[in-house]
Ligand binder design. Structure first.
Ligand code: FES
Length: 81
């Protein structure tokens, strides 16, 4: 099931997670936050999956925690539907 990132329940994200969607979440590999959100919405539920799909966290791994937070927020949002 493909969901457009615009239609995902962004209101489930905390204000911190919601901002800067057009900025790099992974600065090491220049991966946009919205690309990571998109991968999660399209089924990636583990950091490893995000890694293979977007290359985020493949640098020094410094954004891993942020990716985990996004997965946590978005996956629980998905389950509530
Ligand atoms: S910012 Fe993503 S690995 Fe460093």
């Amino acid at each position: 099931m493909k969901i457009d990132p615009v239609t995902i329940p962004l209101d489930k994200l905390t204000p911190v997670l919601k901002k800067d969607l057009d900025k790099n979440l992974c600065v090491c590999n220049e991966v946009l936050k919205k690309d990571i959100i998109n991968a999660i919405v399209n089924g990636a539920s583990k950091v490893a999956e995000i890694k293979t799909q977007t290359y985020a966290t493949m640098g020094t791994g410094c954004c891993t925690q942020q990716v985990e937070q996004l997965i946590e927020c978005l996956c629980s949002a998905e389950m509530e539907k």
